[in-house]
Design a protein. Structure first.
Length: 408
């Protein structure tokens, strides 16, 4: 069942120093079509003034549109890898209109003395990166006082399965979005990543828990934003719901030792790693990365698993972080009692050894306890006892790796 979803802009003005301002346009990550329209009034600078700048930025830092108002009486527009100049008069008021067409992947811009006297500036094609970046955007200005800023967001048609807000009440959505709009830049970007990767199953649960105050900077839990202590190592944990279950317990064992982050997703099979790894890795470097793909891959061919896992390994090695592979915990066939993860573990063990990647045997840590089968809650996930055993094994491996890095 499809439905039309009208997206509401949450505009919040931030001041950074005297001349820099940021306005956020809160576009859902589900927006893939329609037209983003921005208009505002400006006055070109005098000869004595510096250049005024206007940016429409994506969350990946990409400047989709750059606009300069120059003291020499020209307006400069930069979009789609091209530059366009237009003559103006110093100290003259202008109405600027910028549109991003998400269907045609084009930037359309107009300027004029008023709405009745607008001149078409350009139609510049956007690259795909630009297009993706507009799904959640920042308007940033330097020295440029915006007057009568208006932002109109597109309508989009999405399926119920694609709708990450599905099942949430309007007040729940409004409360969450209003909170997100007030966040510092890095935390705001984290929330956008969660919108992109948690999906229509996990994300509504996250919003409800977030609105109830479950996540905080001191208790980030599984999906919360982690504020780094600058003196400590940065660690990224990549994995499925098993790793999610021991994320918080592992973090508590590393207090004062490291900053433990997890990927903004239930990472699923290795195919997802190949597709989304760049987004999960983010912008900042990592000291250590722990990773696992396996349980979800038991449904696929082992040849596919091996090929995708090798791609993941190659990408992670390129980060220069110290890597730790976490072995997959047992998943027993209900009829035969055979462990379905035996083959994925065999393939992964061999690959990690040949790539000289440390292996953390959480599966072995759990299975050493003779009562471990009683720790399953659903044949896949573990109760607090099993989670504790896994967290202890991962924390121990991380502490050892940190100590080894200090000695080098």
């Amino acid at each position: 069942m499809n439905r039309s979803l009208r997206l509401v802009a949450i505009l919040l003005l931030f001041s950074f120093g005297v001349n820099a301002q940021v306005v956020r346009t809160f576009l859902d990550r589900t927006v893939k079509e329609g037209f983003l329209s921005i208009s505002f009034e400006v006055q070109t600078p005098t000869k004595k003034d510096s250049i005024y700048w206007f940016y429409l930025n994506g969350l990946n830092g990409k400047k989709v549109v750059r606009l300069s108002l120059n003291p020499d009486g020209t307006l400069g527009l930069y979009a789609g890898g091209k530059q366009f100049l237009a003559p103006t008069k110093p100290k003259h008021n202008y109405l600027i209109s910028i549109g991003v067409d998400l269907d045609k992947k084009q930037v359309q811009a107009m300027y004029g003395a008023d709405s009745a006297n607008m001149v078409n500036w350009t139609d510049a094609e956007l690259t795909y990166d630009d297009y993706a970046a507009t799904e959640a955007s920042l308007i940033q200005t330097f020295g440029l006082p915006l007057k009568n800023l208006k932002v109109k967001l597109p309508e989009t048609t999405i399926t119920k399965k694609e709708d990450i807000w599905n099942g949430l009440k309007e007040w729940e959505i409004t409360k969450y979005k209003s909170w997100v709009a007030t966040l510092p830049e890095e935390q705001f970007e984290w929330e956008m990543l969660l919108q992109q990767h948690l999906g229509s199953f996990y994300f509504p649960h996250y919003v409800r828990d977030r609105n109830k105050g479950k996540y905080s900077l001191t208790e980030p839990g599984d999906w919360g934003f982690v504020q780094d202590e600058l003196s400590l190592a940065r660690i990224l944990l990549i994995g499925d719901s098993i790793s999610r279950s021991y994320t918080d317990s592992t973090r508590k064992r590393l207090v004062g030792v490291a900053n433990l982050h997890r990927a903004p997703a239930n990472c699923g099979p290795a195919t997802a790693g190949v597709k989304y790894l760049d987004s999960w890795l983010g912008k900042k470097p990592w000291d250590i990365i722990t990773f696992n793909f396996g349980i979800h891959d038991t449904k696929n061919s082992m040849a596919t698993y091996r090929a995708n896992l090798q791609k993941v390994v190659e990408r992670l090695k390129a980060t220069k972080a110290k890597l730790i592979w976490v072995r997959t915990t047992p998943l027993y066939d209900k009829e035969t009692g055979i462990d379905k993860t035996a083959e994925v573990n065999r393939i992964a063990d061999s690959m990690m050894q040949s790539n000289h990647i440390r292996i953390c045997d959480v599966a072995g840590a759990v299975m050493k306890d003779t009562a471990y089968k009683s720790y399953y809650v659903d044949g896949l996930h573990f109760n607090n006892k099993g989670i504790s055993l896994m967290a202890e094994a991962v924390a121990k491996s991380l502490k050892e790796t940190i100590e080894e890095k200090k000695k080098k």
